[in-house]
Design a protein around this ligand. Structure first.
Ligand SMILES: *[C@@H]1O[C@H](CO)[C@@H](O)[C@H](O)[C@H]1NC(C)=O
Length: 261
């Protein structure tokens, strides 16, 4: 009896260890020297006057569901950008982007998204989050399958990019991608087109990451519950979509806008 008990608790412990995300196994800090730090199950990136920092996954992924929890730079984060994205390499690369544009204390972040296919992006959509993304960790996910790409925030879909190859829109399905993240200074453009500058007296700025997870993803389309959530986000929290920007596309919107937006 006693030995049975011992064995089960040992198994449970081993199981917990195997499940805990270990950033050292999954990622390399690629720039910014000791501004990028892995401490147990938390990874932090920081930015000071001299440099930002970044990491990338050791592995490449070809479809899948990727989850990460992020806690963004608190306080006066105006001018800072935290990017979190999947990307392949080269001039015809694909990319699926989350970028968080900081703001002055008490003012909302902008969540900026984009999708590149075969080297071409220009598919920006921006959102305001319905919570303070700096006070605690929230989960940001990318579900990528041959049929559709879904961006999720705490399980709520905020954007979908469906495979529209049948109407001639390239789709990211041929190139594996790595996960990248970086924290950098973008006060040239990020905050009201460069009007608000980064307040270096508040440096270093720090963003934290935990609970990285990759799973297979076979999603072919959003169910009605998730579709309803997506419409709720579009109606209440979307602040920009290239598919409604008539100034930018005076001669008609890109083809995919007729399907997805
Ligand atoms: C910062 O907040 C202001 C006021 O709400 C808003 O107009 C602006 O777009 C925000 N800037 C960013 C980068 O999100």
């Amino acid at each position: 009896m006693a030995s049975f008990k011992l064995n089960t608790s040992l198994l449970l412990i081993l199981f917990a260890i195997a499940n805990a995300s270990n950033f050292n196994n999954d990622f390399d800090i690629t720039w910014g020297a000791d501004r990028g730090k892995i401490a147990g199950d938390i990874l932090t990136l920081s930015l000071d006057r001299i440099s930002g920092s970044g990491f990338q996954s050791k592995k490449e992924y070809h479809f899948g569901r990727i989850d990460m929890q992020l806690k963004l730079v608190p306080g006066n984060s105006a001018g800072t950008v935290t990017a979190y994205y999947l990307s392949s390499q080269g001039p015809t690369h694909d990319e699926i982007d989350f970028e968080f544009l900081g703001n002055e204390t008490g003012q909302p972040y902008t969540l900026h998204t984009n999708v590149y296919t075969q080297g071409k992006g220009e598919r920006e959509q921006q959102f305001r989050m319905w919570f303070d993304p700096t006070s605690r960790f929230h989960t940001y996910s990318i579900m990528w399958s041959p049929q559709t790409i879904v961006f999720l925030v705490d399980e709520t879909p905020i954007r979908e990019f469906r495979n529209m190859e049948r109407i001639g829109v390239p789709y990211p399905n041929r190139q594996p991608m790595r996960l990248y993240s970086s924290l950098w200074n973008a006060d040239q453009w990020a905050t009201r087109g460069g009007l608000v500058k980064t307040d270096w007296t508040k440096a270093p700025f720090t963003a934290s990451y935990r609970n990285f997870n990759v799973k297979p993803n076979l999603l072919t389309q959003l169910d009605s519950v998730r579709n309803r959530r997506l419409r709720w986000v579009k109606k209440n929290h979307m602040i920009y979509s290239y598919c409604t920007d008539t100034k930018r596309f005076p001669h008609g919107f890109p083809k995919e806008c007729s399907v997805n937006h």
